[in-house]
Write a protein of this length. Structure first.
Length: 156
């Protein structure tokens, strides 16, 4: 920044804005709607995973409780069943996480695109020289995040 020569007269006329994208993803109605959509979409699979985890836990507890009274072959069969079910659970859980992350990324891309359109609209209408996203430090006086969220809501 020190290498950029700017006279104080021209610096006073520069209009800068800041957008907090974390707030957009947290507070924008589009983000809340996307989160609700994803929760609805994945709730059945999540319930199935929870049911499967409980089934594994019940089988493990029964095996631990009755392990000494079972014959060697019955105990091995039940251990194998628990291991097979655990592997199936882990596979389904991994697929669930991958699918969930993919959908969240897709929805976030849509929200980000809407936010960028709103930022561009504000940039053009209010004649900004520079709008920054995700700065380390910023003054609340240049924060236009609320206006971006409102513009996103109005654009629907």
């Amino acid at each position: 920044m020190a290498a950029l020569p700017v006279s104080s007269a021209s610096a006073d006329s520069i209009k800068i804005g800041y957008v907090n994208t974390q707030r957009i993803f947290r507070d924008a109605p589009a983000a809340a709607a996307a989160q609700k959509k994803i929760e609805t979409e994945f709730s059945k699979r999540d319930q199935e995973l929870q049911r499967l985890a409980k089934q594994i836990q019940t089988l493990q507890e029964a095996l631990e409780k009755n392990g000494l009274t079972l014959s060697e072959s019955e105990r091995r069969t039940k251990e194998r069943d628990v291991n097979d079910l655990t592997r199936d659970f882990q596979r389904k859980q991994r697929e669930f996480r991958e699918d969930l992350n993919l959908r969240q990324n897709e929805e976030n891309a849509v929200i980000f695109e809407k936010a960028n359109k709103a930022v561009k609209q504000i940039f053009d209408e209010e004649k900004y020289d520079l709008i920054l996203q995700d700065a380390v430090f910023w003054s609340p006086s240049i924060d236009i995040t609320d206006r971006v969220i409102k513009a996103m809501s109005d654009a629907k």
